[in-house]
Design a protein around this ligand. Structure first.
Ligand code: NAD
Ligand code: ZN
Length: 381
């Protein structure tokens, strides 16, 4: 089969790879029809992780069930399904608590919690930027889609990651209807966090970034764009909230946060959040921060230690929640919002392309070229 393979920093190629196949009785094999490029893929693409060459990337996947293992009972051949980027077993302590992003079974290393498709540090699983994907614990991980799915794949595929992740950011921040919320980052995740806040009845949503095309999308969905190349974003948010600050905040950038001139400052968004959220407000941090890894001197990733302004955070009595989003905790309900016409997250899609064009799309998305907000790949196009 054809698949998009990581070969080295900024080197990905669509080539022939070993066929994905059923390996265990609980596996489901899915023929991929839609698969996205995510900002998280860029950590691997840029060579910031220790991902081994040869891995198929892609953790935002949707397709049609082609084959089921002997132990699969709920899912049938022909079902159109969306796959959460987290691989959960459904029966470990964390999965039972709804925290499938910290599954204790799916990662083969017993000391590691959390597994995902096509992801460094999250188990050996191949991704779905390919013709087929092997889905472990298929009964648990396949989200069955309704009959309108074939026409709305670009909406439903957002259930694999970024729509639940954006939603999770607002839940970690403990947003309540009528409150205001500031989101740092107008990438796909930040836009989905702002969109989720609006769906939950936020009174005002501020989205901070400096890319005009992305800020325009934020405005189109009903948020207030804050361009940090115009000055300190926390100051701008304070001015927009009578000096009080937003009730809630979402971090949707991660350790690659940089200033408008391009210099990386991994601590920048967290400190801006502390300064733009009101006292006793909540912050949800879903942008990725990687731990320090002295064992890999070559890696470009920033040190996991941040110059975080703990003093102001403490003084303000704020709270924070972090981590990978447990997609399964949300995706049924978000699916139903899409099905009943209450949500249409595909508004962020800028490009629907054949899988064959994936390498070029990675480069342009990584360069944040104007208008390249979210790329959706179609292996059958
Ligand atoms: P992206 O790289 O497309 O978007 C990031 C945006 O942040 C860009 O538009 C960039 O201009 C902006 N930005 C950079 N520095 C900034 C600053 N100082 N202030 C404000 N904006 C700034 O990525 P994405 O797909 O939107 O993902 C965002 C982050 O979320 C990544 O770290 C990704 O890995 C992570 N992520 C986490 C989860 C999870 O489960 N927690 C899931 C998906 C993605
Ligand atoms: Zn993703």
């Amino acid at each position: 089969m054809r698949g998009l393979v990581y070969e080295g920093p900024r080197q990905v190629t669509v080539k022939d790879v070993p066929d994905a196949r059923i390996e265990r009785p609980t596996d489901v094999l899915v023929r991929i029809t839609t698969t996205n490029i995510c900002g998280s893929d860029l950590h691997m693409y840029e060579g910031r992780t220790d991902l081994e060459p040869g891995r198929v990337l892609g953790h935002e996947n949707l397709g049609v069930v082609a084959e089921i293992g002997g132990g699969v009972e709920r899912i049938q051949v022909g079902d159109r399904v969306c796959l959460p980027f987290n691989i959960g077993c459904g029966f470990c302590r964390n999965c039972e608590d709804g925290m499938t992003s910290y599954c204790l079974t799916a990662h083969p290393d017993p000391d590691m919690a959390g597994a995902a498709f096509g992801f460094a540090g999250m188990g050996p699983y191949h991704g779905g930027q390919a013709e087929y994907l092997r889905v472990p614990f298929g009964d648990f991980n396949c989200l069955r889609l309704p009959e309108d799915a074939a026409d709305k794949e670009d909406d439903y595929v957002m259930l694999a990651d970024i729509f639940p992740t954006g939603w999770h950011a607002t839940r970690l921040a403990e947003l309540r209807p009528g409150e205001s919320c500031v989101v740092y980052g107008a990438g796909p995740v930040g836009l989905m966090a702002g969109y989720s806040a609006l769906l939950q009845g936020a009174s005002q949503v501020f989205v901070v970034d400096r890319h005009r095309d992305r800020l325009r999308l934020a405005e189109q969905m009903g948020a207030i764009a804050v361009d940090d190349s115009d000055g300190d974003p926390a100051r701008q948010v304070l001015d927009l909230t009578d000096g009080r600050g937003a009730d809630r905040g979402c971090e949707c950038v991660g350790y690659q946060a940089h200033d408008p001139q391009g210099a990386e400052h991994p601590e920048m968004t967290m400190n801006s959040l502390v300064n733009s959220v009101r006292s006793t407000g909540g912050i949800g941090a879903v942008g990725i921060f990687l731990p320090s890894d002295p064992g890999s001197p070559d890696r470009l990733a920033q040190d996991g230690k941040l110059a975080f302004e703990m003093g102001s955070f403490w003084l303000q009595g704020q709270r924070i929640g972090t981590g990978q989003a447990p997609v399964k905790a949300y995706n049924r309900r978000l699916r139903d919002l899409i099905h009943h016409g209450r949500a249409a997250p595909s508004f962020i899609v800028s490009h629907d392309l054949p899988l064959q064009r994936a390498a070029d799309a990675y480069e342009r998305f990584d360069n944040r070229e104007d208008g390249w907000t979210k790329v959706v790949l179609k292996p059958e196009m």
